[in-house]
Design a protein around this ligand. Structure first.
Ligand code: HEM
Length: 551
């Protein structure tokens, strides 16, 4: 008899599946067939058992007359564990305000995947890189689909295509064709001069703060610096953030930063809250409308400049900024990015471009004032490369700054500022370890927790830039370190981000010695979409003495 009944171990055999296995010649082929039928995401983890024993081979399976239980790496299929939570509030009080620390504790308690409900919104999270890899790969099982449970739902904007749109939307395809060339490695190199110039514009303000021996809030100034750079390179606008020490933040970055803060607040309050016609949800809608209006004006002005159309790759290398690029770049058929996508896509590029880098720059300064000897290492490396005051940090120099590279990597591991990428189950499915997820549920690849998972990283709490020289780290798994996420929906601005922050940190550490002000522990803002330090204050001292070359 070639027909066998298979059922999921953990359920009753009544829901079994009859399968004729007479033609099956390989154990792995049977695993594949069972995985497909039961939506088990990793076929290689499928195992078999009857009432008394594990069935290790096709012969074992053929020899039994009982229904055959299907397990996942020896485990029965079961509900994903997680805290029970209170009625209505769910686990809100257990998770906020220290969501990083509390989620870490939940991983320690429940294992590599847990689910929690907060104010009516249920999300799964994983700190296992292998599961993150599955989740972040667009597939029949998972996709970026921003439904009501998704953390980006209140700011969803399908027309933006990237970041705020679903992967299945035609808008993602079209924007994803036009935007990446403008942020590719070559295109970004041609913005390195602007990045150095923008930093230089800020120096009189940092010098003034230094002369007055003032302590200043790092995030506020890094927000000004990174948004001024994005203002120039994405929108072609001078935000005038460094005309004086207390120059105000331009209304556009202010609106974007405010929208992200409102989004985090609204999502943490539950889906119902986002529909209120007043209060925060209304403020968020007003801000979005304001941004669209402002960016449309910029596009109209750029269109009036009468410059030539260019193929995508040429336009990326010649454009003065991204607005200029979008208004000139044409594909092989001579089509440009549809106007209806342009303003939303530019708003996303501007927002994604500075909210992230301002947080990362702030953490990098936190590292300079926290980890002994780090500043000296970075300065020594610059000395060894004959760096001088007023020199540009060029893309060629960046490639040689190995200490800086290791520093940035280690900081992005330990203090990753980034969004938590959420993906949506496309069907009822079974995760590694036998954990169930249902269609429409959201799982977040918890980047911070992957990067600080002791099963993946040796001594994860230790700040150690030299770990990046070790074989273990060089041969790490593909998704053990993913500050920019992974898969088709990963960050397309990472070349831009890394070049910018390396230029800024190299210039700033060359010019100043950095000293933390006060002994207060640095805290992050729990109600912002990104992890940013809120209370980090520093003072600086102009460097006048440099070490001699060490090599
Ligand atoms: C430290 C800096 C940055 C970090 C840590 C970061 C991180 C990320 C992450 C994790 C995602 C995936 C989000 C998701 O899956 O839901 C993402 C997407 C994205 N990032 Fe970044 N990012 C950074 C800088 C930038 C910059 C400078 C730009 C543009 C100038 C940019 C543009 C984008 C865009 C357009 C997407 C969406 C791609 C898509 O939907 O296909 N990012 N980023």
């Amino acid at each position: 008899m070639g027909v066998k009944t298979f059922y999921l171990a953990g359920e009753t055999a009544k829901h079994g599946l009859d399968l004729d296995i007479s033609q099956v010649t390989e154990f792995s082929a049977l695993q594949d067939a069972i995985a497909t039928n039961f939506s088990i995401v990793v076929p290689g983890e499928v195992g078999f058992q009857d009432k008394t024993r594990s069935l290790e081979s096709l012969e074992d399976i053929r020899s039994t007359d009982e229904p055959i239980g299907v397990n996942i790496s020896g485990q029965p299929v079961r509900e994903t564990p997680g805290p029970e939570g209170l009625p209505y509030l769910g686990s809100y009080l257990q998770i906020f305000p220290d969501h990083l620390g509390n989620n870490q504790r939940l991983f320690e308690r429940y294992g590599p995947v847990f689910k929690s409900t907060s104010m009516g919104v249920t999300n799964y999270q994983t700190n296992d890189p292998k599961i993150a890899q599955i989740v972040l790969s667009e597939s029949e099982y998972f996709s970026k689909e921003i439904n009501k449970m998704h953390p980006l739902y209140p700011i969803k904007n399908d027309m933006a295509g990237v970041f705020l749109g679903d992967s299945t939307s035609p808008n993602w395809k079209v924007v994803h064709k036009y935007m990446p060339p403008a942020l590719g490695p070559k295109a970004v190199r041609h913005y390195s001069k602007t990045m150095n110039d923008e930093l230089r514009v800020s120096l009189p303000v940092f010098d003034e703060l230094e002369s007055a021996d003032s302590a200043w809030n790092v995030y506020q100034y890094m927000l000004k610096l990174s948004s001024a750079t994005v203002g120039k390179i994405v929108l072609g606008i001078d935000f005038e953030h460094f005309t004086s020490v207390d120059a105000p933040l331009h209304k556009m970055p202010l609106a974007i930063a405010h929208s992200l803060a409102l989004n985090k607040k609204i999502t943490s309050m539950g889906e119902w809250y986002s529909h209120l016609p007043f209060g925060d949800p209304k403020r968020l809608r007003d801000l979005q409308a304001f941004m669209t209006g402002e960016i449309n004006k910029v596009i109209q002005e750029s269109k009036g400049n009468g410059t030539e159309d260019l193929p995508l790759q040429d336009a990326a290398l010649k454009a003065a900024n991204l607005v200029d690029y979008f208004t000139r770049a044409v594909d092989n058929s001579g089509n440009r990015l549809p106007t209806e996508n342009m303003s939303a896509a530019l708003t996303v590029a501007a927002g994604a471009g500075f909210t992230t880098t301002s947080s990362l720059l702030s953490w990098l300064i936190f590292g300079l004032v926290t980890y002994p000897g780090m500043q000296e290492r970075l300065v020594q490396e610059l000395v060894n490369h004959d760096f001088k005051d007023d020199a540009d940090v060029t893309p060629e120099l960046i490639e040689e700054l190995n200490e800086l590279d290791k520093y940035v990597k280690e900081m992005q591991r330990k203090h990753n500022p980034s969004y938590q990428p959420g993906r949506t189950a496309q069907k009822d499915l079974i995760l590694p370890g036998g954990l169930r997820m249902r269609k429409g549920e959201i799982i977040i690849a918890a980047l911070h927790h992957i990067h600080n998972n002791p099963k993946v990283w040796e001594n994860p709490d230790r700040f150690d830039p030299d770990r990046w020289d070790t074989e273990a780290v060089k041969k790490r798994g593909r998704t053990d370190y993913i500050p920019f996420a992974a898969g088709q929906r990963m960050c397309i601005g990472f070349n831009f981000a890394l070049q910018e922050i390396k230029i800024f940190i190299a210039q700033l550490v060359w010019r100043y010695e950095w000293i933390k002000d006060g002994n207060v522990e640095t805290e992050y803002d729990p109600f912002f979409q990104l992890i940013r330090p809120v209370n980090l204050y520093v003072r600086t001292k102009r460097r006048t003495v440099y070490p001699s070359r060490s090599i």
